[in-house]
Write a protein of this length. Sequence first.
Length: 348
Amino acid sequence: MNIIFRVLRRISIEIKWKLKASAINSRFDVLGKRIIYAITPPPELSNLGDQAQVVAIYKWLERNYPEHSIIEVNKDEVINTVSSFKNKVKKDDLIVLHSGGNLGDRGMWSERSRRKMITNFPNNKILSLPQTINFRDTKKGQAELKNSKSIYNRHSNLTIVARDNESYRLANEYFSECSTDKAPDFVLSYNVEHLNLERSVTNGKVLFCLREDNESAISSEQRKELLSKCILDYDVFDTTIPENIGNDQRKEKLDEVLMMFSKYEYVVTDRFHGLIFSILCKKPTVVLRTVDHKLTSAFDWFEDVNFVRFSDSIDTVYETAGSVMKETDFTVLDWNEVYFDPLVKHLK
């Protein structure tokens, strides 16, 4: 019965994507200059960080490529229908691949989608926006690395942008035939002036924005201990939420979470985008490590951001919080001018 169920399910999925292919193909029926923005998160991927990156990247594309139409294709659509829309892509179309923390064997859903775009469009300029790179030292991890190296290094017009210094080192080691660059997380490019965050009234609470998955380096016992020692009222939040985030809801959800972050006295987080949201809101923040270099290496970008501090252990969180709460300098770089806008050189 299980075999029959799996066969019927596969047939059902194939029929569903055949029906969707026509609608996806129609997106390409636009004339003039075009940018294909691919492997974006579908609505079911209700991670606020992933969806926030889309909002920021659209703003960046619209600002730097005002004469181009943007054609979005999410990662499920790429995986299931790339053979259908392949002939709709022109040689002079620019291809931009979504950013994130999934260039490696932990994020095979995204990695398979990225491979399909790189394989199917060998003559187009492709810019893979900032990614954390991490192929684990396991049999599976090294097999996936070998596959990705083979695919990436065959493309003559591919640029891989790393999201931290360790990923940049790995990009140059693994993808030696590609162009490489590095830049911080793209959500930092988002302009928050319209939210008037500096006028937000704080609620006297602490926000713990903590992971609840296998990338967390904190055990459930450590988590309980950390929360039990907090002398202020607190709320616990995760950037992955229970409901879908539709394409037309992305900006609204991003603005909502930024307004929420702005109301707390300080933030404790091991979430990458918990840190990024805190920086946009200019909130005193204590950062905890994760199981890989996603946060530890990326923290290099923020050495000159005085209101965020790294804590090696939960034992030093409140000591670090006390120190960062005394900070009065909340200046930050112009992230667009320094890091993001220069990336357009790779698509010229």
